[in-house]
Design a protein around this ligand. Structure first.
Ligand SMILES: Nc1ncnc2c1ncn2[C@@H]1O[C@H](COP(=O)(O)OP(=O)(O)OP(=O)(O)O)[C@@H](O)[C@H]1O
Ligand SMILES: [Mg+2]
Length: 247
């Protein structure tokens, strides 16, 4: 099968820290891949490199057969990759529905999303997307007033509104109570499966990884040190010691 995303020999240093130290990997269509690894191992940096927020000093990122290594974030979004952030990126003074409409309009290069003529189309699309994640009732609330879990979900809704073929999620359920985690991820995964969206999610909770990932990528010190099915990876003594700190 041809990879949807293929990364070759990616490098980036921050001072003396090798945040990407020769990353090589492939993501295949319709996979749901978990990215695990200790704090500071380069997981978020990897997402930044794939979405144009950071340029690598060496190496390449190819999406659907085309090099995207040196493109800007907005150009990459238009190619079909969207992301949600470790800390949700929202216009906190605006309502949730306005945030989604702004994202849709920005992606299309339209900078007056609230023009009366354009509004109906964006509004319908934004409402549809919020509905997918059961956020309808929060649509008109200012995002600043939403609880943390809902803000994470809102950031994901905004990414989904961009109709990505590849979605990168940075700790989608961090800051969410244990009781809420599974229902939240169930919702996200059902939208991904229904839309045949390939996705990668950074995760520290191994129960989430075990339950949702088709495959796991293990990061350590800017490198992918192992990949495989959750059942295999989460029983590896080396992975347990390096990532979870149990030996
Ligand atoms: N823009 C930046 N400028 C300087 N240093 C950075 C930058 N981004 C990341 N780093 C450093 O690179 C390393 C990898 O950071 P990164 O945020 O990718 O880790 P992470 O695996 O996402 O960690 P966490 O699990 O805590 O989110 C860290 O040492 C971090 O301090
Ligand atoms: Mg991170």
């Amino acid at each position: 099968m041809t990879a949807i995303l293929s990364v070759r020999d990616l490098h980036i240093n921050f001072g003396g820290v090798k945040a990407a130290d020769g990353v090589d990997l492939e993501i295949f269509p319709h996979e749901l891949v978990a990215v695990i690894g200790p704090n500071g191992s380069g997981k978020t940096t990897f997402l930044n490199l794939c979405t144009g927020y950071i340029s690598p000093s060496q190496g390449s990122v190819t999406f659907e057969g085309q090099a995207i290594t040196d493109l800007r974030p907005r150009q990459i979004t238009r190619r079909g990759i969207a992301r949600a952030f470790q800390i949700p990126q929202l216009f906190t003074g605006h309502s949730l529905i306005d945030n989604v409409m702004l994202a849709i309009a920005a992606q299309r290069g339209i900078w007056q999303p609230f023009r009366p003529l354009a509004q109906r189309e964006y509004l319908d699309e934004a409402r549809r997307t919020l509905g997918l994640l059961s956020l309808d009732e929060a649509a008109d609330l200012p995002t600043a007033t939403l609880p943390e879990g809902m803000r994470k979900l809102a950031d994901i809704a905004i990414a989904l509104a961009l109709k990505p073929r590849l979605l990168l999620l940075d700790e989608p359920t961090s800051g969410v109570s244990t009781a809420e985690k599974f229902p939240l991820m169930d919702k996200i995964v059902s939208v991904l499966r229904a839309g045949k969206i390939t996705a990668l999610f950074v995760e520290h909770d191994m129960d989430m990884v075990e339950r949702y990932a088709d495959r796991v990528l293990v990061w350590d010190a800017g490198r992918v040190i192992a990949t495989g099915a959750p059942g295999e990876i989460l029983r590896s003594a080396d992975v347990l010691e390096r990532v979870i700190g149990v030996s």
